[in-house]
Design a protein around this ligand. Structure first.
Ligand code: ADP
Ligand code: MG
Length: 281
């Protein structure tokens, strides 16, 4: 069976004002992969994501979901949105119903599911994001972190195979970030393919299995966190800073401690330093 679940083929997108935001983008994402798209503001992350469930139609090229190119008619798009769910960066772009519960129910209801199934999915999704006690509240009365969790619940309730989250941790406090990452990791463990965007190298270093680096609408590199974050030249080019662990390893190396540059996860980095220290003594 083919492992590729999402593919971009020679994707280009030009906004009506002439901005060429996506330039010949090719990538393949495997089933159950945990992918991060990185790049500075304006690199094209959000524009790329809007293509992945057909919210915008490419100027040229195509997106394939489960081996089939997206077709831009109402019926086919509804099918695609069942497979690929997007959580927008700003919850205000997503939440609009008078109560949390109605908001989460909106997606599954639109899929034409029976009332009972809609209710079941809504309760399950709210439970998963730990918002079941807020279901009668108005979304605009919630904190940023709570709104984000409700927005995620709305997508969970549609049971997509692929979940796309545009800067899911931006603007949240440390606890809010942890809560969102815990939910995303749980979804991944349950078998979902996850794609997130971020310019936070610390979060992505610990989170992603694969990183796609965007710059000016182009992919400039794809690799594991270890490959990407030990490549200081590349990070500079993409206007990203190496994570603290990579910076520490670089300094220690300069100081003569033989440590492996590629160990950028906190745990691995600590092990590497301890090993080098023991070897030295
Ligand atoms: N609605 C729009 N009309 C014209 N240009 C846009 C629009 N939205 C975004 N852009 C431009 O497209 C490029 C990519 O933007 P975006 O996808 O938002 O990047 P990112 O999400 O990485 O910050 C930028 O140059 C941005 O100014
Ligand atoms: Mg964006």
């Amino acid at each position: 069976m083919d492992k590729v679940i999402l593919e971009s083929k020679n994707l280009n997108y030009i906004y009506p004002d002439g901005t060429h935001a996506i330039k010949d983008i090719n990538f393949k994402i495997n089933k159950k992969e945990k992918v991060a798209v990185m790049g500075q503001n304006g690199a094209g992350k959000s524009t790329l994501f809007l293509h992945l469930n057909g919210l915008i139609e490419p100027s040229s090229g195509s997106i394939e979901v489960c081996g089939e190119p997206i077709e831009y008619n109402k019926e086919k798009l509804l099918q695609i949105r069942q497979k690929v769910g997007i959580v927008f960066q700003n919850p205000n772009d997503q939440l609009f119903a008078p109560t949390v519960e109605e908001d989460v129910a909106f997606g599954p209801m639109n899929l034409g599911l029976k009332q009972k199934e809609v209710q079941k999915r809504t309760q399950e999704a709210l439970k998963m994001v730990k918002m079941e006690n807020y279901k009668k509240k108005a979304p605009y009365h919630l904190s940023g972190g709570q709104q984000k969790r409700v927005a995620i619940a709305g997508i969970i309730a549609m049971k997509p195979q692929i979940m796309i989250l545009d800067e899911p941790t931006a603007g949240l406090d440390p606890q809010g970030i942890d809560e969102v990452l815990t939910i995303i990791n749980q979804l991944h463990q349950e078998g979902m393919t996850i794609i997130i965007s971020s310019h936070d190298v610390e979060i992505i270093n610990e989170f992603a299995e694969k990183i796609i680096v965007l710059k000016d609408g182009k992919i400039i590199e794809t690799g594991t966190p270890q490959e990407i974050f030990s490549n200081h030249e590349l990070l500079k080019k993409a206007h990203l800073k190496p994570p603290k662990t990579a910076q520490i390893l670089k300094i220690l190396n300069k100081e003569g401690l033989k440590v492996n540059y590629n160990k950028t996860k906190i745990k691995e980095c600590c092990e590497e330093i301890l090993k080098a220290k023991i070897n030295k003594n």
